[in-house]
Ligand binder design. Structure first.
Ligand SMILES: [Zn+2]
Length: 319
């Protein structure tokens, strides 16, 4: 269970109403890194671009909620499990009269509904987001029963993109359209009153159940030989080809970064891509590609990481 992985809550005090901030997932970071360093298939590129778009949508929604009210609590990106079934919740908002489950969709363009089926304008059928919402809601209800939590609950799909239109939508769909979102949140804010401690401990309980590994991740297959080596620019992600004194210099955007900082940054990229490989002077020398001497690499590693082992078997771990 993820209980130990969660940061302690409430140490900053009640003024921080976002209890679990939205963060880029490890899968997104890994996928993005791979896209710079190897050829992805069309399907993988599409999947990555959907992930980026989904994240942008969640971020836009999170920005709308943040600082809007001191009288509610927000939990972003929860991955929970009930009966060996995992389910993901984009945003939970705890308010004095109930808990709101939001599934955020960043769809763009024209869509239509026919009976229970959802289609893109082109006629291509897509996953029905209401079914996804209903599934999460039902699993959350069961989890609440198990935890003996008795708080009323409402669930909505939030369409965040102003360029989204849905034709033939029944009036009773549990959705919030872009044109309704501000009014919805204002009403919610105006009806809120201060939460008592019960909600805090309840939120804390839910966050402690968050699962760290995402089983939905669909990372492409890759291995060391297939992945392009080299230091990428911290700003524009181009591969670096120039070094000037103590700096790497990006020929594309002109960014300058200290060699030490760039190497450390790329050690973490290496570790993300190859968690089972040991970080040694030679692997990082080969990985960074353009640093002229492995003595430089050894100096940077020994100053910023802890050395384990002796001689040619030595490797480095985080401090
Ligand atoms: Zn650059």
């Amino acid at each position: 269970m993820g209980a130990d992985l969660c940061p302690p809550l409430f140490q900053k005090g009640m003024e921080d109403m976002i209890l679990k901030k939205l963060e880029e997932s490890e899968d997104l970071k890994l996928f993005r890194e791979l896209s710079l360093r190897m050829q992805l298939s069309d399907a993988e590129n599409q999947y990555l671009s959907n992930m980026e778009k989904g994240y942008e949508g969640e971020q836009a929604f999170s920005n709308m909620l943040e600082k809007r009210s001191d009288d509610w609590l927000i939990i972003n990106d929860l991955l929970l499990e009930h009966n060996n079934t995992r389910f993901q919740i984009d945003t939970l908002l705890l308010q004095h009269n109930g808990i709101y489950l939001f599934e955020v969709k960043n769809y763009e363009g024209d869509f239509y509904v026919e009976l229970d089926k959802w289609f893109q304008k082109s006629g291509k059928e897509m996953k029905n987001p209401i079914l996804q919402l209903t599934r999460s809601e039902s699993l959350l209800r069961q989890l609440f029963q198990e935890l003996r939590i008795n708080i009323p609950k409402k669930a909505y799909v939030v369409f965040i993109n102003p360029e989204f239109t849905l034709y033939q939508a029944p009036r009773d769909l549990p959705v919030i359209f872009p044109s309704q979102l501000n009014r919805f949140l204002e009403q919610l804010k105006n009806s809120s009153v201060k939460l008592n401690k019960k909600y805090l401990s309840f939120a804390e309980k839910l966050i402690s159940l968050h699962q760290a590994d995402n089983p939905y991740a669909r990372v492409p297959e890759y291995d060391y030989e297939r992945v392009g080596r080299g230091i990428t620019c911290e700003v524009c992600s181009s591969f670096i080809t120039s070094i000037k004194r103590d700096y790497i210099v990006c020929d594309v955007c002109g960014d300058k970064e200290l060699i030490d900082t760039a190497v450390i940054r790329n050690v973490y990229i290496f570790k993300r891509l190859f968690p089972n490989h040991k970080v040694t002077t030679n692997t990082i020398y080969e990985w960074c590609h353009i640093i002229p001497s492995n003595k430089t690499i050894r100096r940077i590693l020994s100053r910023n990481f802890i050395r384990k082992g002796q001689g040619k078997y030595s490797y480095y771990v985080d401090c």
